[in-house]
Design a protein. Sequence first.
Length: 364
Amino acid sequence: MNSDFTCGFIGLGLIGGSIARAIRQFYPKSRLMAFEINRDALSAAAADGVIDTPLSAIGKELSDCDYIFLCAPVAENNRNLAELKKYLAPSCILTDVGSTKTDIHKHIEAAGLSDRFIGGHPMAGSERCGYINSRALLLQNAYYILTPCEGVPAAAVNAFKELIASLGAIPLVLDFKMHDYVTAAISHLPHVIAASLVNLIKQEDSPEGIMKMIAAGGFKDITRIASSSPAMWQQICLTNGKNISALLTTYINSLTQIQKEIENAQPENLYAFFDEARRYRDSFIEASSGPIKKVFSIRVDITDEPGALAAVATILALQQISIKNIGITHNREQEDGVLRVEFYEKESIEKAAKILSAKGYTIY
């Protein structure tokens, strides 16, 4: 791929910043410009050498761009289209990074930009946000779904796929309607279910909070995503509500069926229900990122004495291993290890396990 190209970014937060960093890393000769309402983030990106030209507004400088990434919130992206259209070069490809696609595709069509828009959804992220937390490796081995409009030339789609693949991501082309249905099933619905389950426990718990006290292990794993941004998930439900609602209906029907089988004590059906789920779940591949972020953690046996937890944290800190979360697991019905240590990256697991094992700790 030609390394001499120009990219513009409208918004430079976690995702926009990470894409810009990746392009800078793999294409050092590329020219990058960005408009971001957070002036501190824009100044930092310029100081880091990630962008060449900080922009004070959407303007004529963008007419030099071969690609423009819309990385602002959905509502802002939609509002910016009319102004942006004035400055697009004839061959410029416009793309976004939003997690739902129907809404942006409708606005693109209304703006008359269907001949140049390739929707994008990098299925990577972090609980942390903002340019300050962006990193080039965020896209590594993550699916990056592309939803090109029908009017975009095949050569342009292939060139953009090549660019995304060269950044370490795995491009996958889908129709935008299929994208929204798929993500509703594997990401949006699970978030709704996780939040509803947590709210159920809150409602049904005893005054002493017994459920909350002993909730650990499996319960925390399946409800972890309930800690995601309420504002973000409110917007996702509003922009992809039709698909989420349809899948909720199917899911509620399946719950009603298994409820009947539990009430009627049907052992064969109950076994088949759990066995089918187990076998299908075990067939999932682990190689790539998805919309629900993978947890990188180990479990460590420690003695019940003062300073035991701090000792583990100190050992890892001295080896420059960043800990995302650490704590004692009091309910271990379904897992080994007293101490659960969670990391930000997969690479830290092997390094931490090796170091702690050498110190005599038992690792799970």
